[in-house]
Design a protein around this ligand. Structure first.
Ligand code: SAH
Length: 225
């Protein structure tokens, strides 16, 4: 008898997932809603079966096409920063860089609607397959260049990029609603490999900008393939 990939046994079980959440809590993630969402989304469904035993390690893993599934701690940190002291919640979200679809699934548990854009069609196909059995009604995937935002669904209450820009694409700030927040890894010294998380909030009169932790993300690339 084979166990369903969703219910899981051993390294794919709820208990394994709860241990990952405990480690995130130990590392300083305090937002219980984010921790609950990450406890509910089966991360092993988003990596190849050969890597499933490592799915709940706090590490990035390859997903093909030279891309990676983001490290759970960084997913938790970024979503927590978007939510911090905002009673309205995440609202309508734009994610840039669907990859395998994991973070999109976590976001969909916390947001009203999620639009996720991926530039590599092969990855989008994989993401659709990964997400199919989870049946998430408030998530829409689009093939496109996320550095242009997604004008047809703008403005967004929250924007999150899973790929690092040399400079933050101007379209993203423009597609933020007033009171909306954007978080993205951005290169800090032009041409160097250092990146940090940049948190931007749109106010009635302009934008505020804050720099958070140093991070390591795959590059944001223009165009689609
Ligand atoms: N969100 C994923 C992480 C994916 S890695 C997770 O849940 O783990 C980042 C992704 O960004 C890659 O799939 C890469 O192809 C994509 N990407 C890079 N530049 C992009 C762009 N301009 N528009 C859309 N996606 C982009």
């Amino acid at each position: 008898m084979t166990a369903s990939r969703t219910t899981g046994i051993g390294f794919t079980s709820q208990r394994t997932r709860d241990r990952m959440v405990e480690r995130l809590r130990d590392k300083g993630i305090k937002d219980e809603a984010v921790l609950a969402a990450m406890s509910a989304v089966p991360r092993h469904l988003f990596v190849d079966e050969a890597l499933a035993s490592r799915a709940y390690e706090d590490t990035a893993l390859p997903i093909g096409f030279e891309q990676t599934i983001s490290q759970p701690f960084v997913v938790a940190l970024m979503i927590s920063a978007l939510r911090a002291s905002r009673e309205s919640g995440l609202g309508k979200v734009l994610e840039i860089g669907t990859g395998c679809g994991y973070q999109a699934a976590v976001l969909a548990k916390l947001a009203k609607e999620v639009y996720s854009v991926e530039r590599i069609s092969g990855l989008l196909t994989k993401a659709r397959a990964n997400l199919r059995e989870l049946r998430i009604p408030n998530l829409r995937l689009t093939h496109g260049d996320g550095s242009e935002g997604l004008i047809q669904a703008a403005p967004f209450d929250s924007i999150i990029s899973a790929a690092a820009a040399q400079e933050l694409p101007p379209a993203l700030k423009l597609q933020l609603a007033v009171g909306g927040r954007l978080i993205a890894p951005v290169h800090v010294n032009a041409g160097k490999r250092e990146q940090a998380l940049c948190l931007i909030e749109r106010t009635a009169t302009g934008y505020t900008e804050q720099w958070l932790d140093a991070v390591r993300f795959v590059p944001l690339r223009a165009g689609k393939q």
